[in-house]
Design a protein around this ligand. Structure first.
Ligand code: UGA
Length: 441
């Protein structure tokens, strides 16, 4: 495998992990970010966010001298491959993706791209973006090539997903430039390809669409099971048994059929919205108008959780009730609270004058910044102290494995609402708790 010189522009969840993983594959990598604090933390081996295995990987790769981080974009000069990994969040004024970070990063990069180099986009973008950037690059450096190589990593498994991807998608231009780009990237990704990761070559527009189609499908699967949960609730049925039963059909599959509070995070919600916005620009909005329903099923779950909480209080008003919220991160194994369903429910309850105390094993600092008006506690016991109801809103292992007897002496009333269908209802009921869940009796 050839060792290459690589730059990674944008060192957030995606770029920092990508930079460290590429260095661990033997390449010489410089990571660039405009955030000096982030760069300093990464350069000293301390990830500015929690991601399983990243600190260890930085500890292994930084001392080798193959990995460095800087705010100085001129450091990318001489790289064979430039990866663009900046965020494309939802715009404040519409559903569309905010491409200002991507455009700024690309424009800063272009003057330093050498003839023959590749500019490889990994950010999730509206279809057509790669062609536009390719035109911009060609005007300055006609001998360089833009490739779109979307990333499918899951937070919490990012290192594993980057080193052992379930597929590599290369969106390349036609002709010699495309063939050459594939050869370079085959060399760069020689290790995962040798391990058997399928590598798919396609045009750039298809590669861009693969990413949003994949996330739209995942969001659809989750909202489908949550729609079934709504029906289970009115019919007195059990969505978990339903998911187990339909999931055994291999064509359906059990993964991503966990009903509950629904999806959040920095990807699924904004990606389906950006997809709708882009489809509208392309006059193809009917093709993805179902995503509007997927989105609204998803946000309905949050309000339903508030209703369940009101219901479990047995007539006691929500205003003034003490509510323990277990979980602030948008999912377990992450400290990310971007569009977190858990934090959203906590805020909704607080806005209805409940006394909310939130705990989380990893996300407290981010949650405090995002929702400073809530009260926070370091431990489950502290959060549950004197609680009128305990809500499990992020299914961290330590919450799934909670001993129902342990909290009995701590809470004021043994009432639990399982927002992630993560607990064993029989065990909690047998221990004397009133148990309620989304989509279950
Ligand atoms: C998602 C995709 O899974 C990745 O493949 C993709 O690369 C990434 O977005 C991205 O675009 O960068 P991620 O946001 O890390 O990854 O999180 P997921 O594991 O997909 O979970 C998303 C949300 O769905 C979470 O809030 C989770 O709690 C929820 N979820 C997931 C459910 O409610 N039910 C399920 O059965 C599964």
């Amino acid at each position: 495998m050839g060792q290459m010189k690589i730059s990674v522009i944008g060192c957030g969840y995606l770029g920092a992990v990508h930079a460290a993983c590429m260095a661990s594959l033997g390449h010489e990598v410089v990571g660039v970010d405009v955030d000096a604090a982030k760069v300093a933390a990464l350069a000293s081996g301390r990830p500015p966010f929690y991601e399983t295995g990243l600190e260890e990987l930085l500890g292994q790769t930084l001392p080798s001298g193959r990995l460095s981080f800087t705010t100085d974009v001129t450091a990318v000069a001489g790289a064979d491959v430039h990866f663009v990994c900046v965020g494309t969040p939802q715009r404040a004024d519409s559903y569309a993706a905010d491409l200002s970070y991507l455009d700024a990063a690309f424009r800063a990069l272009v003057p330093h791209v050498a003839p023959g180099a590749l500019v490889v986009g990994k950010s999730t973008v509206p279809v057509g973006t790669a062609e536009r950037l390719a035109d911009e690059l060609a005007a300055v450096q006609p001998d360089a090539t833009v490739v779109w190589n979307p990333e499918f990593l899951r937070e919490g498994y990012a290192v594993q997903d980057t080193l052992h991807p379930d597929r590599l998608v290369l969106g390349v231009p036609g002709g010699d430039a495309g063939e050459r780009a594939v050869k370079i990237l085959d060399d760069l990704y020689a290790a995962p390809i040798a391990e058997g990761s399928p590598r798919l070559v396609m045009d750039r527009a298809t590669a861009e669409l693969v990413k949003v189609a994949a996330n739209s499908f995942l969001a659809t699967k989750i909202s489908f099971i949550n729609a079934m949960a709504e029906l289970c609730e009115v019919a007195g049925a059990d969505v978990t048994s339903l998911a187990d039963a339909i999931g055994l059909d291999e064509r359906i599959g059990r993964r991503f059929l966990n009903a509950g509070l629904g999806f959040g995070g920095g990807c699924l919600p904004k990606d389906i919205r950006a997809f709708m916005a882009r489809a509208e620009e392309l006059h193809a909005d009917p093709a993805v108008s179902f995503l509007r329903e997927i989105d609204s099923i998803n946000t309905r779950r949050r309000e339903r959780m508030v209703h369940l909480t009101v219901g479990v209080l047995d007539g006691r008003p929500l205003a003034g009730a003490r509510i323990a919220v277990l979980g602030a991160a948008f999912k377990p194994e992450s400290d990310d609270v971007r569009d977190s369903p858990a934090l959203d429910v906590a805020v909704r309850l607080h806005e209805r004058s409940a006394h909310v105390v939130v705990t989380d094993p990893r996300a407290l600092a981010n949650a405090r910044r995002k929702a400073p008006s809530l009260q926070y506690a370091e431990t489950v016991e502290e959060a549950a102290d004197g609680a009128d109801a305990v809500l499990v809103l992020t299914e961290w292992r330590q919450y799934r494995e909670l001993d129902p007897h342990r909290l009995l002496g701590v809470v004021a009333h043994p009432r639990v609402v399982d927002g992630r269908n993560a607990l064993d209802p029989a065990a909690w009921r047998d221990a004397g708790w009133t148990y309620r869940a989304l989509g279950r009796r």
